[in-house]
Design a protein around this ligand. Structure first.
Ligand SMILES: Nc1ncnc2c1ncn2[C@@H]1O[C@H](COP(=O)(O)OP(=O)(O)OP(=O)(O)O)[C@@H](O)[C@H]1O
Ligand SMILES: [Mg+2]
Length: 484
């Protein structure tokens, strides 16, 4: 059976040769009178190329399916034969040797001969299956992958350098995918099934994980993984990648160091958490910082940091600790600054109160598309939290709590940029007044799809210039001057 599978390497060459003579006939049809015959010989050429390609793809698919079947069979045998209890103490080398031994024996029993490459790929996949997270294990190890998005067992998208692409990795079937989901979720003491169809978890390496299983997920389980980066992007990296300029960084340093309250606003995956993390590097090392997150992602460099992570209710619906609970408790823990990973619900009230009452210099992120939108989101969250307050009072509360809104965006070409820095300066009648200090100006699109643009100052001087100066951050007026 396998000899037939191995033949596939020869097939595509034959198919390519077959197209050559047909291609030669094409120029013959260039006489003006033979318009119809011209079309006729051409068609087979066009038709055969995709046919040849399809044959290659088909062979490759069969090869993969065959390897997948083998893997499933060997995995079953491994689970029967491996002493799982002893695995915990085995070294990686021992375990790999054991897997190779059992598999080699099983392959011989099944009369299957594999080439060296397929064998080592198969053994690696089996190791990942037993010890790791199966097919997605290589993606988790690949540092160039930022996000892994699974739409059912046969569709795994990955994000590299800002671009989402379909990978050729698949699960055997929904059961296989569910088994891996279960492995992840049970490792953190949670459960996911028909009655609890979605779950958040953190992988052993710190990556953020969310899964939703059928029937709520209609075409198979949906999984989203935000890879944890050991080396978070620092201010210098972000400048180098063109996320913002040195002038903007100098301004942000003054803003954070002089304890302005900052909100990082942005869409999904726009770089909010990364920006928040980088901004936190401007906080003085002797301040006491408390961080509150749903999934701990922030990695602060300071010495004095207390990290909190909220917790969903357990299977009986008990034991939930919300971000709001953490935040209220944090206020009793004598923090100098509070950082909330993302404000998305009722904790907004406590966050604004904290910002207003002595914990200035606090920071959070919010899901919004512009500074104005971020303010509307805050208003909505307050309304949703059931606080009965006139709109004007709500706005006054926001205006006095928030000093700065930094907008993060992911542009169509995959690049992530700080597209606006906006100060909140107070209230004018019923309206919160704002002034934009820096913005990203889009000038066009290059032929390769890259967006051409530049960062520019708006010409407005910071409302906080005096404060910056008083704290020793004497920014040169030139940073506020727009480019010609
Ligand atoms: N300026 C940048 N250049 C390159 N990569 C970036 C940049 N900013 C962020 N990233 C990468 O993009 C991914 C998403 O970033 P991040 O987690 O900060 O986004 P987010 O807005 O917090 O997303 P979410 O809405 O899912 O919480 C991360 O892998 C991060 O390393
Ligand atoms: Mg985030």
């Amino acid at each position: 059976m396998f000899s037939r599978f191995k033949k596939s390497n020869g097939e595509p060459a034959k198919a390519m040769i077959a197209t050559a003579p047909v291609a030669q006939t094409a120029p013959k049809g260039t006489e003006p009178s033979v318009r119809v015959p011209l079309a006729a010989p051409r068609q087979p050429v066009a038709a055969q190329r995709p046919a040849a390609q399809a044959a290659v793809q088909d062979k490759e698919k069969k090869r993969k399916d065959r390897l997948m079947e083998l893997k499933v069979e060997l995995h079953k045998r491994l689970l029967d034969n491996l002493n799982l209890a002893a695995l915990e103490h085995a070294t990686e080398g021992d375990l790999r040797a054991e897997i190779a031994d059992i598999s080699t024996e099983a392959l011989a029993e099944m009369n299957v001969v594999l080439n060296k490459e397929d064998r080592s790929a198969l053994f690696q996949e089996l190791y990942d299956e037993v010890m790791g997270l199966g097919p997605i294990e290589p993606l988790l190890k690949d540092d160039s992958v930022n996000d892994i998005l699974i739409n059912g067992p046969k569709q795994i998208f990955v994000e590299r350098a800002g671009k989402l692409v379909l990978s050729d990795i698949t699960f055997k079937d929904e059961r296989h995918l569910l088994r891996i989901i279960d492995k992840i979720v049970s490792a953190v003491g949670r459960r996911v099934d028909e009655s609890n169809p979605y779950v958040d978890a953190r992988l052993a390496d710190g990556s953020r994980f969310n899964a939703m299983v059928p029937p709520v997920a209609v075409d198979g389980s949906l999984v989203s993984i935000r890879k944890f980066k050991k080396d978070k992007l620092k201010i210098a990296d972000l400048i180098r990648f063109g996320a913002f300029t040195e002038e903007m960084a100098a301004y942000l340093q003054a803003a954070v160091a002089t304890r302005l309250n900052v909100i990082v606003s942005g869409g999904t995956g726009s770089g909010k958490t990364t920006t928040l993390n980088a901004l936190s590097s401007f906080i003085d090392d002797n301040e006491r910082i408390l961080t509150i997150e749903d999934t701990a992602e922030l990695q602060l460099q300071q010495t004095h940091v207390g990290r909190m992570e909220s917790r969903p209710p357990n299977v009986e619906g008990k034991g939930a600790v919300t971000q709001r609970d953490c935040l209220r408790n944090a206020l009793r823990m004598r923090p100098d600054r509070i950082i909330v990973g993302e404000t998305r619900g009722e904790e907004v009230i406590d966050m604004l109160q904290a910002m207003n009452t002595g914990h200035d210099g606090s920071m959070t992120t919010i899901h919004a598309n512009s500074a104005r939108d971020a303010v509307s989101r805050l208003e909505n969250m307050i309304a949703m939290a059931g606080i009965e307050m006139p709109l004007k009072a709500v706005r006054a509360q926001i205006a006095s709590a928030v000093n700065l809104i930094v907008q993060a965006s992911r542009l169509q070409d995959g690049s992530r940029r700080m597209t606006s820095i906006t100060e909140i300066t107070g209230m004018e009648g019923e309206v919160i007044s704002m002034q934009e200090i820096f913005r990203y100006e889009r000038l066009g699109v290059a032929p390769d799809g890259k967006i051409i643009g530049r960062f520019n100052a708006t010409g407005v001087r910071s409302h906080y210039t005096e404060r910056f100066r008083a704290w020793g951050y004497d920014l040169p007026p030139s940073i506020y001057e727009p480019l010609p």
